[in-house]
Design a protein around this ligand. Structure first.
Ligand code: ATP
Length: 254
């Protein structure tokens, strides 16, 4: 059986006006995979993510989400593609003036015809999946940084997407909280079959969750490595890749 990839990227050029960050990228994210985008600071990881999720238009090329071209889609067709994925941004993920339950129901109110009771029931399911059901009435500033990240994942799941984009989920978290978040991501992947596309430069997290990575390079504006991160760490002949993956002692990541 041939399954449509979750995401197909074809000849994609990412940048802003005349500032080209990444050129002619080609890669595929398979359904159910945890796919990690990595690379040095400023190489264009977050920009690539905003081209994949339709927030910014690529300078050239196409992005297909479950076979549908988000780059060319307009109107209702585009809206349909946009609701097939959820997004967790690096900064300010939650609305500070709403409790966690309202943060999750917000998108349902905008995009569905469900009753309040139905929305709340579904939102409680999402909060439960990330371990936050007892905190549904808490405000974002009343919970820890790690809990805020998990609440943001619950909110990204509000419309039952198949794909979740996470921009630097571990940023600002201590190693133990970060490992907890990795467990949540792995659970959601294993139990519910989500496809994750994650921007990260945290090696411990990359080794813990990634099925596949692509490594971006600022100088060549291209993908310089692709595959299983542990295999790349142990076998890549490319010094840039070797240096990235061996920043910490191997015993920490074995
Ligand atoms: N909206 C924008 N308009 C113009 N330039 C931008 C915009 N967003 C990012 N850039 C520029 O694009 C370059 C790459 O930024 P981006 O955030 O995509 O890289 P990154 O690899 O995610 O970086 P980091 O790891 O530091 O978060 C930077 O020079 C940045 O200033």
């Amino acid at each position: 059986m041939i399954t449509t990839p979750a995401i197909e990227v074809k000849n994609l050029t990412v940048g802003y006006g005349s500032n080209i960050l990444l050129q002619n990228l080609n890669f595929t994210v398979n359904s159910g995979e945890i796919f990690v985008i990595l690379g040095g600071s400023g190489c264009g990881k977050s920009s690539l993510l905003t081209n994949l999720n339709g927030l910014h238009q690529p300078l050239a090329g196409d992005v297909l989400i479950e076979g549908q071209n988000i780059t060319t889609a307009v109107g209702a067709e585009r809206q349909k593609i946009m609701t097939s994925f959820g997004m967790m941004y690096q900064q300010g993920a939650l609305f500070g003036s709403m409790n966690l339950l309202d943060n999750v129901t917000l998108f349902m109110e905008e995009y569905t015809q469900l009753t309040q009771a139905q929305m709340q029931l579904l939102a409680r399911c999402k909060l439960d999946l990330v371990g936050l059901l007892p905190y549904e009435s808490y405000m974002p500033n009343e919970i820890s940084g790690g809990m805020q990240k998990r609440a943001a994942i619950a909110r990204a799941m509000a419309l039952d997407p198949k794909i979740l984009f996470l921009d630097e989920p571990s940023a600002g978290l201590d190693p133990i909280t970060s490992a907890d978040l990795d467990s949540t991501i792995l659970d959601l992947s294993k139990n519910l079959g989500f496809t994750f596309v994650v921007v990260s430069h945290e090696l411990a997290s990359i080794y813990a969750i990634a099925d596949k990575v692509i490594m971006l390079d600022k100088q060549t504006k291209s993908i310089i490595a692709e595959g299983d991160p542990k295999v790349l760490r142990d076998t890549s002949p490319d010094p840039r890749v070797h240096q990235f993956f061996n920043r910490i002692m191997s015993k920490e990541v074995a």
